[in-house]
Design a protein. Structure first.
Length: 260
């Protein structure tokens, strides 16, 4: 009996190790409809409460039935998902993972929920995009019909980058990447720093900055969140558009889509 219990215990340990070692990262060349990189601002203006609103918003979006339908409804039946947080420098916090069904989506969502808060001082968006172009995009582990970088943040680049953000954006576009923006519009100075005043009747300054300097590529668009409490709604809508490849909706008075 003692030997039997020992053998069963060994099997349980082995089984647990196998399960914990099973990665969601794509290991084969099976094509996907979209390779989606979600890049999230965690600079000085993002306190713990705002960070949690972003992580929970992304997690809930991945669990949303409409998003899952969009993920699984394409010709390849799945996407690759990666996530980057950025402030002074970018960090890949979720490596490439394949999402092909509800269970995959829930597993990735849970991983996002448990990510520790890695902050920083500055909003170094240009450096983040350079890293995406040089390191993340070249390591996509499967052929993707679309490559999308989803950029969200509550302010413009304030990092005195070594190169213009437009140069890096255009380089990404030339490499087949579409860049979409999710500016988080705040009724505070963060959203207007280094930006001109809003044009009467036009979009808020940060939204216009994202249109001019961030979005790029075929179908690239900007979809703002009206504060951090609106982030979940905005990212969910954005995911559906990005993973399905449909044209962004046309809303009277609001410009969502652009081809650069």
């Amino acid at each position: 009996m003692k030997n039997l219990r020992a053998a069963l215990g060994a099997l349980l340990v082995i089984g647990s190790a196998v399960l914990s070692a099973t990665p969601l990262v794509a290991q084969d060349a099976q094509p996907v409809d979209t390779a989606l990189i979600v890049s999230v601002d965690v600079s000085n203006s993002v306190d713990e409460a705002r960070y949690k609103l972003q992580m929970e918003g992304i997690a809930k979006a991945l669990e949303d039935p409409g998003v899952i339908d969009a993920i699984t409804g394409g010709s390849s039946g799945g996407i690759l998902f990666s996530m980057v947080t950025w402030a002074d420098k970018p960090a890949v916090v979720v490596p490439w993972m394949r999402i092909a069904n509800k269970a995959d989506a829930i597993a990735v969502a849970q991983r996002v929920r448990t990510l520790p808060h890695q902050g920083g001082e500055f909003t170094c968006m240009t450096r983040m995009l350079r890293s995406m172009n040089d390191k993340v995009v070249p390591q996509i582990p499967a052929k993707a019909a679309r490559i999308v970088i989803d950029v969200s943040g509550d302010g413009p680049d304030n990092c005195n980058a070594d190169e213009p953000i437009e140069k890096v954006r255009d380089e990404l576009v030339s490499n087949g990447v579409t860049i979409n923006g999710l500016p988080i519009l705040l009724d505070t100075p963060e959203s207007g720093v280094l930006l001109p005043k809003a044009v009467p009747g036009g979009p808020p300054p940060l939204e216009q900055w994202y249109r001019d300097h961030v979005r790029g590529g075929p179908g690239g668009f900007v979809l703002p969140a009206m504060g951090y409490s609106d982030f979940e709604r905005a990212i969910r809508q954005k995911f559906v558009i990005e993973v399905s490849g449909i044209a962004p909706p046309v809303i009277p008075g609001v410009e969502l889509s652009s081809v650069r």
